[in-house]
Design a protein around this ligand. Structure first.
Ligand SMILES: Nc1ncnc2c1ncn2[C@@H]1O[C@H](COP(=O)(O)OP(=O)(O)OP(=O)(O)O)[C@@H](O)[C@H]1O
Ligand SMILES: [Mg+2]
Length: 250
């Protein structure tokens, strides 16, 4: 996609979970352009995961407007999700899972492969390349049930990379990683971004804000309370204020 094209546009958007009265995110105005690297920060429960799942249409927004790639999210969820590489926050690994790492990473290409053909050599090359990027080439035939939490998180990232998406949505991508793995994954995200992908990641930790992100969005209590270019938001001091105080109710 051309750099600068608007790809996510949310206007006055709210999402209320079924059976709840209070919106988990509310009055959200957010625009993301192709080539941006946006980091959303906010305390636990501030609505970050809800925001990501609203953007990819897993959750239906309840009011306002939401468009991704110029398509209304409410009626184009499948088409939008095919172009989004989503790395989830909460995962459980079934220790008995018989699936091998190579197959889990290949499952990222399901949208590209479709129902009418089998994976070809280019698909396998993408899988091999993605596993190499996260440093797990030697795990090709390893059952995912045997992986550590950090390794599985890297496999999920490899799966998203293999998808060749237009946007990456990354939910706490450093959460299960030790310091060394963190800096490796941070460098990898920077490289993927430099190659032209748009990135939207969320984190509850000030230390997880990548040095090279272009924009920061600060959430609290389901609202965006500040957003702008990275340096501007860092200098404003609002991040420390919100992450140390964390007033997340209402
Ligand atoms: N399925 C659900 N039904 C009702 N409420 C929910 C549901 N999922 C999340 N919530 C609530 O919505 C609010 C926002 O949750 P969300 O998971 O988006 O927060 P978060 O910012 O991602 O938090 P964390 O940093 O802990 O991951 C929380 O109060 C949460 O309890
Ligand atoms: Mg979350």
């Amino acid at each position: 996609m051309d750099a600068g094209t608007m790809i996510i546009r949310l206007e006055n958007l709210c999402t209320v979970y079924e059976g709840e009265r209070i919106p988990a995110i509310r009055e959200v105005d957010l625009s993301v352009s192709s080539g941006d690297f946006v980091c959303v920060v906010g305390p636990n429960g501030s609505g970050k995961t809800t925001l990501l799942e609203t953007i990819n249409g897993i959750l239906k927004y309840t009011s306002g407007r939401g468009e991704v790639f110029g398509l209304d999210i409410a009626s184009n969820g499948n088409a939008i999700r095919r172009r989004i590489g989503y790395v989830i926050q909460n995962f459980e690994i079934d220790p008995l899972s018989p699936f091998l790492c190579k197959n889990v990473v290949m499952s990222g290409r399901t949208g590209k492969i479709g129902l009418l053909r089998f994976p070809n050599s280019r698909d396998w090359e993408m899988v091999r390349g993605s596993m190499g990027l996260v440093g797990l080439s030697s795990y090709w035939e390893r059952p995912v049930g045997k992986l550590s939490g950090g390794e599985f998180q890297k496999i999920l990232l490899a799966r998203a990379i293999a998808q060749e998406p237009d946007i990456f949505l990354l939910d706490e991508p450093f959460a299960n990683l030790d310091l060394r793995a963190r800096s490796e994954v941070e460098r990898l995200l920077s490289r993927i971004h430099a190659d032209g992908s748009t990135m939207l990641m969320v984190s509850h930790e000030v230390n997880s804000i990548p040095r090279f992100c272009t924009h920061i969005v600060v959430m609290d209590g389901g609202r965006i309370i500040s957003q702008g270019p990275r340096d501007e938001i860092v200098q404003s001091g609002i991040i420390n204020e919100i992450l140390s105080m964390g007033r997340t109710s209402g």
